[in-house]
Write a protein that binds this ligand. Structure first.
Ligand SMILES: Cc1ncc(COP(=O)(O)O)c(C=O)c1O
Length: 453
């Protein structure tokens, strides 16, 4: 059934994170195409998408070569039972493994939430089978402000109360500790002391829970959706030491920070700290296809080997995990990422963007902090610099709406912590150039001016 493009669309779409009452009576607004860093709506107006969709369209929109790969794979082998081996899926697993600094096996799913669910299950089953503490190691420690996904396990690991209210109780066995947050740290502490303090609190939590009950710590190297919280340099290496000391697995959620976003291929490389399990999604196929991946070190994988008929293997299947079209597109995405050195561009343009933001708005009373790494960036908005009280909701939404009207889509840490959703997020495609960085700066500055007072 075809519908002419001018016919009014019935709006039965239930959107995520959206208060639909606020949309009532407003004309429906849909996006119809995109190219590079820009998406275009049905009226032909283009918007600079500073969120790369949702931290994922790393190679930019409109890459014909990705469409070609998808089309060819659909024609050749559009789907295969994931217990069998599809050629592009095996190839992509090897490609991912070769880029990591440790040997492991790659389990594919279809999203970041599933990738984290899988990591949690692998960690628990590993302890049961490896004899490293036995069946009682089931607890998962994560951090406040972090987002790990919407499914019940990943949501339980998430440290953002607004994403959980109404959906709890979640599964038991999930605990949270505070992450490093340099902007709001005790000002009497140096950056290093703050990192040490946060790592110490993690260790104390493990000890007080009984280290023999803790299966894993899961963390993003840089908390992204929770407000771009960059740890002091000593933090991740200390977390690694602590996990090793207590026989706890370290899971890095690199759903956002993987594959170039932070200016290096993986976020953890900035701190030369390797995980036991790592998860990816988002940029893995640049949002052109849904895909997630969980990579476990070889020692962990080996603990799943056993006799046929026993239960030591991973008893999980994701129908769309390792989808041949998604893995073929993922393979091409990674080739583009490496050939065009998108991590290098993220580093260069990200640094330029932060410099320009500092020059243009650094002194503005509502700008508390400008921070970021590569093209994972944030501007924390406050009522005033001295009090650091988070900027009121209407100010944050007003600024974002003003930028949108002017053709720039900005992100924020929406529905995270009550009263603390005051961080603008800027995480564009990794192909961003300086001219577009200037446009972002101008849009933020104009948005700030529009909410003056
Ligand atoms: C760090 C992190 N982990 C996991 C997820 C969940 O990914 P998905 O929405 O693909 O399930 C997200 C999504 O924003 C994320 O930012």
């Amino acid at each position: 059934m075809s519908r002419s493009s001018s016919a009014p669309m019935p709006d039965q779409l239930w959107r995520p994170l959206t208060q639909h009452a606020a949309l009532k009576g407003k004309p429906s607004h849909s996006m119809v195409e995109a190219k590079g860093c820009y998406v275009t709506d049905q009226s032909g107006k283009s918007y600079l998408d500073t969120m790369a969709g949702l931290w994922c369209v790393n190679v930019g929109y409109g890459r014909q070569e990705l469409a070609d790969v998808a089309q060819a794979q659909m024609a050749r082998l559009p789907f295969l039972n994931p217990t069998m081996t599809a050629e592009p899926t095996a190839t992509f697993a090897n490609t991912i493994q070769d880029l990591l600094g440790f040997k492991g096996h790659v389990y594919f799913s279809a999203s970041g939430s599933e990738a984290n669910e899988t990591a949690i299950k692998i960690a628990r089953q590993y302890h049961l089978q490896a004899g490293a503490g036995g069946q009682s190691r089931f607890k998962i420690i994560s951090r406040y402000r972090a987002y790990h996904g919407h499914t019940m396990g990943a949501l339980a690991a998430t440290g953002q109360s607004e994403r959980k209210i109404g959906y709890e109780p979640g599964p038991p066995g999930f605990l949270h500790v505070m992450p490093p947050y340099p902007y709001r740290a005790n000002p009497k502490l140096s950056l290093e002391e703050h990192g040490e303090e946060c790592a110490h609190l993690l260790e104390e939590t493990i000890i007080h829970e009984g280290s023999g009950t803790v299966a894993a710590v899961i963390m993003e190297p840089i908390i992204s959706g929770g407000g771009v919280l960059i740890p002091p340099d000593n933090y991740l290496p200390r977390v690694r030491e602590i996990c090793d000391r207590h026989g706890v697995l370290l899971i890095f959620d690199e759903v956002v920070s993987g594959f170039g976003r932070t200016g290096s291929l993986f976020g953890h490389l900035h701190w030369k700290t390797l995980p036991d399990i790592i998860t990816f999604a988002k940029g893995l196929a640049s949002g052109y296809m849904p895909i997630g991946a969980t990579v476990a070190r070889e020692e962990i994988f080996n603990s799943f080997l056993g006799e046929p008929g026993d239960l030591s293997h991973l008893r999980q299947i994701n129908t769309f995990g390792g989808h041949p079209v998604a893995t073929a597109v993922g393979q091409k995405t990674l080739e583009i990422t490496l050939e065009e050195d998108l991590a290098g561009n993220a580093r260069d343009v990200g640094e330029y963007l932060r410099g320009q933001l500092e020059d243009a708005i650094g002194e503005h009373p509502h700008v508390g902090d400008i921070r970021g790494m590569g093209l994972l960036n944030a501007v924390e908005l406050v009522e005033d610099k001295a009090s650091k009280v988070p900027l009121r909701e209407a100010g944050v939404t007003g600024l974002i709406a003003h930028a949108f009207e002017g053709g720039v889509i900005l992100g924020r840490n929406g529905n995270t912590i009550p009263g603390r959703c005051n961080v603008l997020l800027i995480s564009p495609p990794l192909i961003l150039n300086r001219m577009d960085a200037d446009k972002i700066v101008a849009a933020v500055a104009a948005g700030l001016a529009s909410i003056a007072g």
